[in-house]
Write a protein that binds this ligand. Structure first.
Ligand code: F6R
Length: 241
């Protein structure tokens, strides 16, 4: 794993955006795996700025998001589809029809999971997957204990993940209890992975990833088995290294 140490969230976001822009410029038809949450927001802001200033084009880019809450439709302000549209897609020249997020309001969730995994394969898989990490080591919504063999599947969110994400909702009760998430094996099939880590809340999870054993109890630890992982982490996240 290649570790890039940066000062703070802003520098992490700038570095990550630079990394992504280079990839898109070199491979205009790239398929990107996208993440939501606080971690990539700054990166997305920088991508928008770059698009405005330098006209990097996403016309032929395809994206697949990691996850979506079950029960929320794409126009719900807390859905990850809504997040992606508002924080990135609405501000760049990507074709919305080339952006995929699992449908959290699908009538048959199991079928939606299978269809998503199949579509991803049909489109040739992910070239570069952007990841954040949960303070409990989750990647996507693969919580501790998730099988390393898992494909896109229905997950039950842990209380700690729901609490961490409650900041986006008006109350904890409103946070969905389930989500659709790419599985660990889905994520591991990406040709390349870029993991962003910022802040002291993530320092234990990052230390466990860097120094701990590879175990399903720490989902992120699987990344050590991947041949092409870059981590961009700030000093606070690296404090416990
Ligand atoms: C988001 C996702 C999650 C987040 C993680 C960290 O699509 O899959 O694994 O990356 O929960 O969230 P933040 O960035 O909000 O700290």
């Amino acid at each position: 794993m290649n570790l890039i140490e940066v000062k703070d969230y802003e520098e992490m976001s700038a570095k990550a955006a630079e990394y992504l822009v280079n990839k898109v410029r070199n491979s205009p038809k790239i398929t990107l795996g996208m993440a939501t949450g606080g971690t990539p927001e700054g990166t997305y802001r920088q991508l928008i700025e770059d698009h405005r200033e330098n006209h990097t084009s996403y016309q032929h880019v395809t994206t697949f998001n990691l996850d979506e809450y079950v029960g929320l439709s794409g126009d719900h302000p807390n859905s990850y589809r809504y997040f992606m549209n508002k924080k990135l897609f609405d501000h760049i020249d990507i074709q919305k029809s080339n952006t995929y997020v699992p449908r959290g309001d699908a009538r048959d969730i199991q079928k939606e999971c299978l269809d998503y995994e199949k579509l991803l394969e049909e489109k040739g898989g992910i070239d570069l997957q952007l990841l954040g990490i949960g303070s409990n080591g989750h990647i996507g919504f693969n919580e501790p204990g998730a099988s390393f063999d898992s494909k896109t599947h229905l997950v039950t969110l842990t209380p700690s993940t729901r609490e961490a994400n409650a900041r986006y909702f008006s109350s904890l009760e409103e946070v969905p209890t389930q989500a659709i998430s790419m599985g660990i094996s889905t994520i591991m099939k990406a040709k390349e992975i870029l993991l962003l880590v910022s802040g002291e809340k993530k320092s234990k999870a990052l230390a466990q990833l860097l120094n701990g054993e590879i175990t399903e109890n720490n989902p992120a630890s699987v990344l050590k088995n991947h041949p092409n992982v870059t981590i961009i982490a700030d000093y606070k996240a690296l404090a416990a290294k």
